[in-house]
Design a protein around this ligand. Structure first.
Ligand SMILES: Nc1ncnc2c1ncn2[C@@H]1O[C@H](COP(=O)(O)OP(=O)(O)OP(=O)(O)O)[C@@H](O)[C@H]1O
Ligand SMILES: [Mg+2]
Length: 370
């Protein structure tokens, strides 16, 4: 069985009290992944952001399967435990869904006013979403387009109601209130906008490689122009290592991080080859997404780079491999890039190591600023 360390902040910070620097007006970003819960708190003041708290805790395997929370008690226990241990005082939560729970579609409609759109959107959604409209929470966003055009693009986002209520229930069971339910890809996009302040015509790919899902979001300026979730992530590496070298899940996780577990006959080179094979499959999925995007998008849409978040992005050689394969710059996502960070409270090494993992949680915490 995997132990349940909450990979905590530096010791000095765990005794820190929020009131010492004034109340955080914001929400707490709570990213409930299938392998781990990540938490971030950010204080904002007139466009400046300060990191208040980050924390993470492992979930037992099979707690969340295919986006379904199987063991809600375990999830809410973990949330309560981290809040208590880390003295996180915020009670309002911004959280998110991804994968099967969410459908994001770009639809093309005749130009109309916002009121008319509001009246029509349910009917339009029914044409594009393969679920009963009664069973989903619907949101939409008009994308910027050609002012001359008679048509407009609208981004439609539908979250399955039962998945939303599952999520809010475990949060309620931990004694917190959910204020915002977001989508992983868009939380990452929010972290990108605030940390990277992109130019209006700069198109990049934001990747979030989790344990079971990889979110791919193509963003022009600060707006999403294409998203897709792929049911593949860090677990695929672990599974493949397990099968290849006959290892337990825990030992395969150790090997995946470049350490040889006790009693394992594989060498680092053997493991590296296996990891590389999975990376190539994942890169193939990304390639297919980009090809599809290029077929659909106006000619000349040039992707200049890729920022990679999620724990799965830390697999050896993944970042350089993607850069070589796609011929663009690829970098680990840094959600602390534009945040003030008190170096006496946070260990720089820890922040660097866990920056990609914390990206969605920070993007959620930054939602408090509107
Ligand atoms: N240093 C590392 N090297 C390789 N893999 C790593 C490393 N650290 C974490 N991982 C992997 O990252 C994955 C967890 O990442 P993350 O926390 O982003 O996923 P999650 O949010 O729990 O999952 P999902 O979003 O898919 O539900 C696991 O598969 C884990 O093994
Ligand atoms: Mg995740």
């Amino acid at each position: 069985m995997i132990s349940l360390p909450s990979f905590n902040l530096p010791k000095s910070f765990s005794s820190f009290s929020l009131s010492a620097i004034g109340k955080s007006k914001g929400v707490v970003g709570l990213d409930i992944g299938s392998s781990r819960i990540k938490i971030a708190e950010v204080k904002s003041n007139k466009g400046h952001y300060e990191l208040v708290n980050i924390a993470q805790i492992d979930l037992l395997p099979d707690t969340i399967v295919d986006g379904q929370i199987i063991d809600g008690n375990h999830v809410s226990d973990c949330i309560s435990r981290v809040f208590t241990e880390q003295k996180i005082q915020g009670q309002q939560i911004a959280t998110s869904l991804s994968g099967n729970a969410v459908i994001v579609k770009k639809i093309n409609l005749p130009v109309m006013g916002l009121e008319e759109l509001r009246d029509q959107i349910n009917w339009e959604a029914q044409q594009h979403i393969p679920f009963d409209i009664q069973d989903v929470n619907l949101d939409y966003h008009v994308l910027e387009g050609d002012a001359e055009s008679e048509m407009m693009d609208v981004l439609l986002v539908a979250c399955k109601k039962d998945m939303v209520s599952q999520l809010t229930q475990v949060i309620a069971q931990a004694g917190k209130t959910t204020s915002i339910v977001d989508v992983d890809s868009f939380a990452l996009q929010n972290a990108y906008e605030i940390n990277y302040v992109p130019g209006a015509n700069q198109t990049v790919v934001l990747l979030n490689i989790g344990a079971s899902v990889t979110n791919i979001n193509i963003v022009r300026g600060a707006a999403s122009i294409f998203t897709r979730d792929v049911s593949m992530g860090g677990n695929q590496y672990t599974d493949t290592l397990q099968k290849k070298f006959n290892l337990t899940f825990e030992d395969a996780e150790i090997l995946k991080r470049g350490n040889i577990p006790e009693g394992c006959s594989a060498s680092i080179d053997d493991a590296f080859q296996v990891l590389q094979g999975v990376t190539e499959i994942l890169a193939g999925e990304i390639q297919r997404t980009l090809d599809f995007f290029h077929q659909q998008s106006p000619e000349g849409e040039k992707i200049v780079g890729m920022l990679v978040a999620g724990g799965g992005s830390k697999v050896a050689n993944l970042v350089p491999y993607l850069s070589e394969r796609f011929g663009i710059y690829v970098e680990p996502f840094d959600p602390f890039r534009n945040l003030n960070v008190n170096n006496d409270k946070f260990d720089g090494e820890y922040l660097r190591e866990y920056a990609p993992d914390m990206a969605v949680a920070v993007g959620l915490a930054l939602r408090s600023d509107g």
